[in-house]
Ligand binder design. Sequence first.
Ligand code: COA
Length: 211
Amino acid sequence: MTHNIPDPHQTYPLPHYNRLCFLKNIVNNPNIMIGDYTYYDDFENPQNFERNVLYHFDFIGDKLIVGKFCAIASDVKFIMNGGNHDIDNFASYPFYIFGQAWQKVTPTTHKIKGNTVIGNDVWLGFDATILPGVTIGDGAVVGAKAVVTQDIPPYTIVGGNPAQPIRRRFEPEVIELLLYLKWWDWPITKITKHLEVLYSNDVEKLQKLLN
Ligand SMILES: CC(C)(COP(=O)(O)OP(=O)(O)OC[C@H]1O[C@@H](n2cnc3c(N)ncnc32)[C@H](O)[C@@H]1OP(=O)(O)O)[C@@H](O)C(=O)NCCC(=O)NCCS
């Protein structure tokens, strides 16, 4: 019996379950880029996703870039650069946004920390918060309720506030091999063909995929 391959253009890929969506199909903001098969599971409605990308203003132009095959749990939040106040001045209160006599001060040291970049096959646990400008490497795992303030290397599990490494998922040479293979960029038919190896931890079989 042959089976079809799940279609990344399907919004709700699970039958009778519209809490989980292939995220790229519901995102409208051009400053949010989502890779194929990355899904978001929201306790209420996955259309809430953009509401969880916080302080994301067009005039700043920072981007949230998420790779392929990521699993994003409910209530994960991305704080973008628009959420930062000027904290090098004596007063951090943003007087200027109220205009009138307060227009005479303007943002001065507003720190733009850059885009938020999430790699491929990254799992973001329930209610994790990702701060602006952070890069999370391929294969990383962010534990439930973690607050990610710094870059996370590939295949590293982190947890806590501020998020700290718990452990690496694999030995360095296996991580190197995975980063070389970049299975997430293969044609979907090739990924499907080798699924039993990819969804195992048999290093010898993984090495054979090099050929
Ligand atoms: C991060 C996580 C994947 C780690 O799983 P694990 O490898 O089985 O880890 P363990 O339970 O063996 O814990 C290892 C250590 O990490 C700590 N830890 C685990 N999860 C943590 C978290 N979310 N935040 C902070 N520390 C955490 C444990 O306390 C333990 O610390 P210790 O070594 O000092 O005792 C898991 O705990 C987690 O948070 N999963 C997310 C679940 C989720 O949100 N699912 C949503 C639906 S997809």
